[in-house]
Write a new protein. Structure first.
Length: 110
């Protein structure tokens, strides 16, 4: 399976797990707690598979950048945690950084 497809699946699993942390209320609610644990287990297993074909620095940059953006968007929708202008600017810079790596770095071509 394509390393970048696995990376996308790992990111989705990590975003589900991270977004469920607040809902788990300190692991006192069963369903969100199960989502947290299974999401992180799946995310790290998939990330381990990704490391076979995608350079670690590139994989981690995409993993962390996409995770930050997606968790921030989910926090707006689920928890009404709207980022201020500075946070939006920072998130924009993260997106720009990942784009620069993907578009211009010879490392990402592997």
């Amino acid at each position: 399976m394509n390393g970048y497809l696995l990376l996308a699946l790992a990111i989705v699993a990590e975003v589900i797990a991270t977004s469920s942390l607040k809902a788990s209320q300190g692991f006192t609610r069963l369903v969100p707690s199960v989502l947290v644990v299974t999401g992180y287990v799946a995310a790290f297993y998939l990330l381990m598979l990704v490391m076979r074909t995608v350079p670690v620095g590139i994989a981690y940059a995409i993993w962390s950048g996409a995770g930050i953006v997606l968790v921030s968007l989910i926090a707006v929708v689920l928890y009404r945690q709207v980022p201020d202008l500075a946070a939006c600017a920072g998130i924009g810079l993260i997106i720009a950084g990942v784009a620069v790596i993907q578009l211009f770095s010879k490392t990402s071509a592997h």
